[in-house]
Design a binder for this molecule. Structure first.
Ligand SMILES: CC(C)(COP(=O)(O)OP(=O)(O)OC[C@H]1O[C@@H](n2cnc3c(N)ncnc32)[C@H](O)[C@@H]1OP(=O)(O)O)[C@@H](O)C(=O)NCCC(=O)NCCS
Length: 132
């Protein structure tokens, strides 16, 4: 399937990162676990802001790899809180790759939704603070 060319969203990414040769699988594409790790870190950032403290990942609700990522792509991760509960925070993460520097294109490579839980210093769940 050809890359679906798009544009970066008109908002700030929470992370921008470039995969290195050590991050590839035997086929030469970036290993899915590397992308999952970046998504987990990116999703935790708005979750920590909302919790105003520590969070832990309790669930990966959905995860879709739409396109492969290659070494040298500039990978931008956008994350926003989509729902909150008593202690939990659901975050949507969208990942884009900017590739082919001589004739740059941007493609959406991954979409995921994760749930984090606010925790105290002992790792126990705690209520989210009131607000936003
Ligand atoms: C996260 C943790 C503190 C939750 O503790 P718990 O006593 O099991 O908590 P609960 O079952 O009451 O769930 C807490 C919240 O998470 C939500 N939740 C729990 N499991 C969930 C799941 N599979 N999917 C979505 N949300 C889930 C609950 O609905 C609840 O939300 P609410 O308080 O907003 O209503 C505990 O399970 C834990 O420490 N897990 C390990 C986390 C970890 O190590 N993550 C890193 C993995 S590498």
């Amino acid at each position: 399937m050809p890359d679906e060319i798009t544009r970066l969203p008109d908002k700030q990414p929470v992370l921008r990162v470039m995969p290195m040769p050590a991050d590839v699988n035997p086929q030469g594409d970036v290993f899915g676990g590397w992308i999952m790790a970046q998504v987990d870190v990116a999703g935790a950032i708005p979750a920590m802001h909302r919790a105003r403290g520590r969070v832990t990942t309790v669930a990966v609700n959905s995860f879709q790899f739409k396109q492969a990522v290659s070494v040298g792509d500039v990978v931008s991760l956008f994350a926003e809180v989509v729902e909150t509960g008593r202690t939990s925070i659901k975050v949507k993460v969208e990942v884009y790759a900017e590739r082919n520097p001589t004739r740059p294109i941007t493609v959406k490579v991954t979409e995921a939704e994760l749930t984090y839980v606010a925790i105290n210093q002992h790792g126990e769940k705690q209520l989210l603070p009131i607000g936003h």
